[in-house]
Design a binder for this molecule. Structure first.
Ligand code: AMP
Length: 354
């Protein structure tokens, strides 16, 4: 893991009057670029060859760098180009997936918004669970041994990207049958998790270390194929439906009933406090807790994304929540640049960048 001091050293060489907000062209890049521009920063997008047109079309990028493969970003000369431009990289879901958490931690010297120590805690399922349990969040029951399955469970395989290839089973036999079909090796690890029935909510938070304030900026529900398609035909399909998959295809805007907001804020606060104990200075900036609200109005948390999530794309012009906090359109992308601006103003960029 690259030490904080090494990044700070690079940051010391930056011209603070000419910071460039940079990101990879995918996921939430458009709102990050717009947010940077709205806050008065120069911005830059790194595009995979063939995708440049999207970023040209919207006219939001001051500079566009093209790569054949995103891994090129980790190359020495590419990183030097970014550092010359005083770039602060904004990580997002695709950014982390394309570059890989381990390679970001060990090879990416360009200063990044947030605390890169979090990558380790969110990418390792055991560590993630330890973090969330310590935050006293309720998590789905886990079954160590398939023989113990006594209710509907979801089996998650690490290689099953974006909810594709997860299986559902109601008992040990069904698990064995479906597991066999997957032809996995003995080494393939998986998690067996209680399938929680309820309403999914994905609240988008932002934590500012400068003001020690947690903000609820927005919230979404992920639209997933083919589980959401199957539910429309469930009466006709009955038990002839295909194995559900949970591949995200879009996002729907949502608000929760107001009486649930205290718990949503409390969960976010707990996540921040425990992150500060586990990997000081803890989580910085945007994050999302992936929850299911049961009929008892209890939130069960099945995952955390410790960075900007794609559901925030719904709110480039602000959300019902961000409108209460800010008298101007405040997307999560813009909120990130607002934090960088505030940090520069009080000469504490090192508090929000690692
Ligand atoms: P994940 O890869 O953990 O983000 O899960 C992908 C999708 O599967 C989620 O967006 C949910 O729709 C669904 N899901 C994950 N875990 C559970 C669970 N324990 N109970 C019910 N649905 C779940």
């Amino acid at each position: 893991m690259i030490h904080r001091e090494e990044i700070q050293h690079i940051l010391d060489g930056y011209d603070r009057e000419h910071i460039t907000v940079a990101t990879i062209g995918s996921h939430t890049a458009l709102q990050i670029l717009k947010g940077a521009r709205d806050e008065g920063f120069k911005n830059l997008v790194i595009c995979k060859k063939g995708t440049e047109e999207v970023y040209r079309q919207f006219g939001l990028a001051d500079e566009l760098l093209t790569v054949e493969n995103f891994k090129q970003v980790l190359g020495k000369s590419f990183q030097e180009q970014l550092i010359e431009r005083n770039a602060v990289l904004i990580p997002h879901g695709s950014f982390v997936e394309y570059l890989s958490p381990v390679r970001i931690e060990n090879e990416l010297f360009v200063p990044m918004f947030g605390n890169r120590a979090v990558l380790d805690w969110e990418s390792d399922r055991k560590k993630e669970r330890e973090w969330l349990e310590r935050a006293e969040l309720r998590l789905p029951v886990e079954f160590k041994d398939p023989a113990d399955i006594d209710r509907l469970v979801m089996v998650k395989f690490p290689g099953a990207k974006g909810g594709r290839g997860y299986i559902l089973a109601s008992n040990p036999d069904e698990f064995e049958q479906k597991h066999k079909k997957l032809n996995l090796s003995d080494k393939d690890e998986f998690t067996i998790q209680e399938y929680v029935i309820g309403t999914r909510f994905y609240p988008h938070y932002f934590y500012s270390p400068l003001t020690d304030r947690l903000e609820l900026l927005s919230m979404d529900i992920r639209y997933e194929s083919n589980i959401d398609g199957i539910s429309r035909l469930s009466y006709i399909l009955r038990d002839r439906h295909p194995e559900p998959s949970f591949v995200v295809t879009g996002n729907l805007p949502v608000v929760v009933r107001e009486s649930l907001l205290p718990r949503i804020l409390e969960m976010g606060q707990k996540v921040i406090e425990t992150s500060q104990e586990l990997f000081s200075p803890g989580l910085i900036g945007p994050f999302c807790i992936e929850t299911i609200c049961t009929e008892d109005l209890e939130f069960i948390v099945f995952e955390i994304s410790a960075r900007i999530v794609a559901g925030t794309n719904l709110y480039i012009n602000g959300s019902p929540y961000s409108q209460l906090l800010y008298d101007e359109p405040m997307s999560t992308g813009r909120r990130i640049s607002r934090e960088i601006k505030a940090a520069l103003k009080e000469d504490s960029l090192d508090k929000v960048v690692y």
